[in-house]
Write a protein that binds this ligand. Structure first.
Ligand SMILES: NC(=O)c1ccc[n+]([C@@H]2O[C@H](COP(=O)([O-])OP(=O)(O)OC[C@H]3O[C@@H](n4cnc5c(N)ncnc54)[C@H](O)[C@@H]3O)[C@@H](O)[C@H]2O)c1
Length: 325
């Protein structure tokens, strides 16, 4: 942590990854400020619930500013007096970005620039929540930070690459320490409801058709959310000049293997609805985390089998309590 007496601002802190980071920081005794507009991309009630739990945990050490990243005044209020900013607010998801690319650029690109512009002290550490999607259709695996990322295959990926580029210009001009982290498919309790693992769990539990794209051979590097949070904390201390790191699980799992694992832990067979590959989807993601290991001390600690078991017990408990669809 840069200066433990100063609050950490988490943009998008009401969401999936942000709420886990906030929880971890509050448990460590830190002060946390969240800027989030409860965007309706998915049910804002889930985000309100996350915020209520954080408020209960953090008491006076937790503040939520309801505001939009694209609003200069909201960003100025949010960054004032912070020691570090972890920028996670964004419109996420590849497929919806193809339907509405302008909105994605507005939030993810203009919003990022708006936030950077309000940072008024050189000491403020900035961590950007980037994405493995910047590697596009890279066929060389595993993906390394030195690989070319000039060929994104969706507006979402392009917006995430643009975010990194804006961060670099900010670092160059203003001198603040900036770390861009490229997350590889993150999962765990509170995962966004439209993401594959969450959606698949819902279909398997309800016995409804599970959209199964392609031949099931596409492979993803899945990262348990606690590993991502650990990586973000490592990126906050000690402050770096400028760096980009992959945060992934460093293993790949096929779609078919993923479905089988979920079936095993949910105790039901999936009903598959076979569909062609989708535009914007990539055949494989696979993180080379060597650089993050060497320079940050990052190591993915939760294998997929363990993480999926944890996710399924969370999901089943939420379902019984009527807290997820
Ligand atoms: N989950 C993943 O697998 C994954 C992978 C790679 C990168 N990322 C990145 O990590 C970050 C967090 O992802 P997540 O899965 O937690 O998503 P999420 O949707 O749960 O969280 C994003 C939060 O940002 C908020 N937000 C959106 N637009 C905003 C705006 N204009 N102003 C203020 N707040 C706004 C939303 O309300 C939401 O709470 C995103 O930047 C995403 O691109 C996620």
């Amino acid at each position: 942590m840069p200066d433990p007496s100063l609050p950490v601002l988490i943009t998008g802190g009401a969401g999936f990854i942000g709420s886990h980071l906030a929880e971890r920081l509050l448990r460590a005794g830190a002060r946390v400020r969240v800027l989030d507009n409860l965007d309706p991309f998915y049910d804002p009630e889930l985000k309100r619930r996350n915020l209520a739990e954080l408020a209960e945990l953090g008491g006076g050490r937790f503040t939520w500013i309801e505001g939009d990243l694209r609003d200069a005044a909201a960003c100025r209020t949010a960054v004032a007096g912070c020691g570090a900013v972890v920028h996670l607010a964004a419109l996420a998801g590849v497929r919806p970005s193809i339907q509405d690319p302008v909105r994605y650029m507005d939030v993810n690109v203009t919003g990022t620039q708006m936030l950077l512009q309000q940072i008024d002290r050189r000491e403020v550490v900035f961590v950007f929540g980037g994405s493995s999607s910047v590697y596009g259709g890279n066929t060389k695996v595993p993906f390394a930070e030195s690989d070319n990322v000039d060929h994104p295959v969706s507006p979402y990926a392009a917006s995430k690459k643009a975010g990194e580029v804006l961060c670099h210009a900010f670092h160059h001009l203003r001198g603040n320490p900036v770390v861009c982290l490229r997350f590889f498919t993150v999962y765990g309790p509170r995962q966004r409801p439209e993401m594959a693992i969450h959606q698949f769990a819902r279909h398997i539990t309800d016995g409804t058709p599970l959209p199964f794209f392609g031949d099931g051979g596409s492979r993803r590097d899945y990262t348990y959310v606690d590993d991502i949070v650990a990586g973000i904390l490592l990126a906050l201390a000690p402050p770096k000049g400028w760096a980009i790191y992959n945060l992934g699980g460093s293993a790949t799992t096929s779609l078919a293997e993923l479905v089988a694992l979920l079936e095993q832990h949910l105790g039901r067979r999936a009903v598959l609805q076979r569909l062609p590959d989708q535009p914007g989807d990539v055949p494989i993601t696979y993180a080379d985390t060597g650089l993050a290991q060497r320079e940050l001390g990052y190591r993915s600690a939760v294998p997929l089998a363990v993480g999926i078991e944890r996710f399924c017990s969370w999901y089943s408990a939420q379902k019984r309590a009527g807290r997820v669809r």
